[in-house]
Ligand binder design. Sequence first.
Ligand code: ADP
Length: 698
Amino acid sequence: MDKQEAVAQIDHIHALWEQLTRELTDVLDAHGVCAAVTYEIAVFTGVRTAVMLSGPPDKYYDVWICDGNGDLQQARWNEAQTALDGLSATGRAIRQEKMELPAAEVIDSDLWVQVEEDVLFVPLPFPTGRSSSAPRGGICLLDPPEPCPLNRSNIENLATHVTTFLDRAFLRQELDRQRVEFDIVYDLTYSLTATLRKENILNQLIDPMQRILNVEAISIGLTDESTGDIIFEETLMGPLFKKLPPIRLRTGQGIAGAVASSGESLIVNNVYKDERFFPKVDSESGFRTESIMCVPLQVEGRVIGILEAINKRNGNFNETDLRLLQAIASPLAAAIENARLHGDVLAEKRRVETIFSIMPEGMLTVNAEGQVTGTNDALLTLMGFESDEPLVGHPADEVIYVRSGEAFAQFIEEVYEADGANPQIPRDIERSDGEYVPVLISGAPIWNEDGELSEMIFQFSDVRQIRELERMRDDFFHNIVHELRTPLATILMYARLLREGKAQDDAAKADRFLGVIERESDRLQQMVRQMLQLAKLEAREIQRSSERIELNRLFDDLLPPLADRAVEKGLTFSQKIQPDLPPVVGSKEMIYSVFKNLVENAVKFTMSGNVRVEASKRDSIIRVIVQDEGIGIPEEAQPNLFKRFYRAQTAVERGIAGTGLGLYMVKEAVERHGGSIQVESVEGEGSTFVVEMPTAAD
Ligand code: ADP
């Protein structure tokens, strides 16, 4: 070629150059660049041209082929069958005769079937510094004529020129990809932090992650705090695992277990070659795991679980994929932890609310401004309100009104300053009906994390019952002293009379005196016995006795003396005891005293009329009825009848002796034998006590 020819050729090539530059300026996609280059070269040279660009490593080439008249086609050649390695080995442009190649290389080659004689091939060199997975390829003129506008000396420059555009396109693609990833990570992070339900978090995550990583499944395993195991729960797995039972990996087991215990991410591109892999999941699910990329989910250095991507659809997991998975792992871990904490807080809140609402004591919460923020039912009942409306939202010292002593506002102040101690005050507070109830108020401040007062909580204990109990106990002591003093004084008096010889010559008189002493001593003894019985009952000794008690015999012993006493008092006494009553099990002494007490009371509280005792059996229940026509019990006294030391006003006013312990013991004893007691009474007409008890099992 002479100089002129060479210059002309350069000019000529320059035209192609300019044309390509014009064409490629706006093409920012690698495939677009390849298509344009193929077309321009083929049209420019009139030679069938192929441009190849590698897809995922070891898989395929994307190939564009265009013949001289501009007919462009795209194909995908299996990499193993393309046989480019030999052509690109020198890294330079080469001219390769088909005939010179070994037959094995030519047969089945996607490239060589297109070729008659030879090719002009130049590898597309990519700038250094790219990883080995960077795309490879080449420009190939198929059966170029001789001479050809493109030849070994100028095609290398062209390849460099094309590479610049391809590289630009790759960079752009990479940038686009990163932007998309960034957007997705950003969106995911945003939606993760906005969700507090674990299921939602995972549902939101799985789909987009699967798409951007182009994997078959995403799964999440959470560390079981007590055992350290990793648990993949159904809801947490990707759709592929939906039907599997929860999978549990022990500490260190499987790839997930290894990641969780080391806290280090792992990429395993061929799991069946990795001894850490735990194939049981595959064997149970029928799913075939190929590759896994797994990262730890960490919160403040603590591994709370793992996130893994399974089976990348094209190629191997690489550093870019790992970075992406890691980027999402931190917000995911934080979101899961938040959801967990939120769940704990909710559970704690419900627990506190439940305790608050079922507390038998009245409860009131007051905020730092002194306004009522909450109450429980017990307080509403105590204060006689139907709803919390009159209290909540109002200043506490306006709704809690105390009768005397310092106002509630002052107590609030005291609680605020109490520094650790829980102050208490007894006060009478006003109810909605204007009545006052005696309460013991105690309070405690609740401080927030900054040490500021957030709320105060007050407890109102109704002390009416305690007061009533105190009153009854006082009465009891008063009574007991009185009860003891009367017989003692009588005994003493008659003893003195005897000693002074007041009945010296009169045997009948002396006998009468001794009779009085004897009767009064009996009474004293009975009282002491009752007190002892009470002590026994309270010590729960009864629970240990399990005698079989024959009731017919018991009534035979018990009733005659009481009947005598009734008749002596001028009453009538009748009884209807069913023969062959089945036995009951328990303490004979207690059962005896139950009926003795009831019949004695009937006699004691009846001035005239009849006392009647009935006992019968129905199914496996014994029913005993003690009925009288005595003074009766006022309705308002009836609920208190079985309380310790309680004596109805009607008994006290009439001066009828007693301790108020009998019925209390009766009820306790009956209930401990699995039975029940009821009373029906009309004041002035009489009373009926009904005891029901189970019979002994056969
Ligand atoms: P006590 O008989 O020693 O007073 P109880 O505990 O046996 O004590 O009875 C408690 C109170 O119940 C009595 O004080 C009385 O007011 C009332 N009561 C019990 N039984 C009768 C009855 N059959 N008729 C009228 N009142 C009764």
